[in-house]
Structure formats: C-alpha cells, structure tokens
Design a protein around this ligand. Structure first.
Ligand code: BTN
Length: 217
C-alpha cells in the first residue's frame, strides 16, 4: 500500500478514481479536509479539519466489503476511545444513538474504493443526528494512527464471511426498534441481517429482506 497525505481536495473517493484510471492502485489517501466530500445515496459529507477522512482501494472479493469495513472501523475506534459502538446497517457507526462515522464503498472495475469518514477531533458537529468523538470523550487522537489501525483490522478480517456477519450481528444498532426503512418507504421493525448481509425487517407481521438503502434515524 502506498500512503498519500494531502491538505485540501474535493473528495478522496474522486482522487482514487482518477488514480485507478491511470493504472495506479493499492493506494491509501488521507486528507486534512474535503470540500466536496460525498456520502452514500448522493448525500454531501461534511469533512472539516480535525476529522479522519480517507479512502483506499482493494480488490473486489465479496458483496459484504461494506459490512467488513464497518466492523473494522468499530473495532479500531473502540480500542482507541474505550467506548461501545454499534453498527447501523449497512455501515454507519453509532455512538449513543448518533452517527459518528460513515463508510462509502464504490466499485470501479474489479476494485472497490473504500471511503471512511470518522468524526474524531471535531469541536462541534453541525450535522443533525451526528456526533464527534471529541464532543463525547474530550480526547484528541492521532488520525494517522487510527487510520492505520482501521486498515489493519480490515485486512485481519479478510474474507471470513461467517466472522464478519457474526460480528456485525452481535453489534447491530436499533434491533427490535421501529425505524424508517428507505427501501420500502415506511417504518418497520429491525430484526437483524441474513447470512448474506441483507437487512431483515418485520413489516406488519411479515419478515422482509432489504438489499439496498438504509435505516434512517
Ligand atoms: C455515509 O455515511 O454516507 C458515507 C460517508 C463517507 C465519507 C468518506 S470521507 C472519505 C471518503 N471521501 C468521500 O468523499 N467520502 C468518503
């Protein structure tokens, strides 16, 4: 892996897309801030100085890469901050009911660009239903180190589908609660995930499998 650190760019996702186009792969790019940070489903991602914003590219090995990254971010952050995090399907990190990190995986040819945003050393988050580690713990951490820990946790999980699904299941947020499910455009009870990593919800007594979208908080 080649590590690159930049000050301000549009989006680390777009940077890696350009690199892949010219044949450069196996790159990790971290930036101080992004002016065009992107979230899932076309949302903007606020990326001020202080947070951890990075992307890396890996070979596409399975559909559950997004879940694996979620587990990796959770494990690494819990060790550094000594706190308990939950995973909101498909891959948001939740602390005290609020979003503290997000993951965006984009497939480009036979590779996946994995983008990770963690609200670390940010004084005050201006985004609704979101929170930062600094706001909660008062701790300022080394973003470079946390990033390396996340990548290490990710590669340690490897392609162990059973382990990834199991760890996700054990730490899933909002299980048993009624939440708005974007794919079906209504509230349903969160039941868990299938062995394939799909969301299972109960909608008026029927269990349904959800493949896309997310749980809204
Ligand atoms: C989400 O929760 O919607 C996903 C957020 C992903 C944000 C990260 S920050 C680094 C990388 N570059 C981007 O433009 N987005 C991802």
């Amino acid at each position: 892996m080649r590590y690159i650190f930049l000050k301000t760019i549009n989006s680390t996702q777009d940077y890696l897309k350009e690199q892949l186009k010219i044949g450069n792969d196996n790159i990790v790019v971290r930036v101080e801030n992004q002016v065009g940070g992107r979230g899932r489903v076309g949302r903007k991602w606020s990326s001020p100085i202080g947070g951890l914003w990075f992307s890396f590219d890996v070979e596409f090995m399975s559909d559950i890469i997004p879940l694996a990254v979620g587990v990796a971010v959770k494990n690494a952050c819990e060790k550094v901050f000594n706190c308990k995090l939950l995973l909101k399907w498909p891959n948001d990190l939740i602390l005290n009911g609020k979003k503290i990190a997000g993951i965006l995986c984009e497939k480009v040819g036979d590779r996946v660009i994995v983008g990770v945003g963690v609200n670390t050393n940010i004084m005050k988050i201006e985004v609704e239903n979101s929170i930062s580690f600094f706001e909660t713990t008062g701790k300022v951490i080394d973003n470079e180190k946390l990033m390396k820990n996340i990548i290490e946790e990710f590669f340690d999980l490897g392609n162990d589908k059973g382990k990834i699904i199991n760890e996700f299941r054990k730490n899933m947020a909002f299980v048993g609660e009624e939440k708005y499910i974007s794919a079906i455009n209504k509230n349903a009870k969160i039941m868990g995930i299938s062995d394939e990593g799909h969301l299972i919800v109960n909608d008026d007594g029927d269990n349904k499998e959800v493949f896309i979208g997310e749980i809204l908080i």
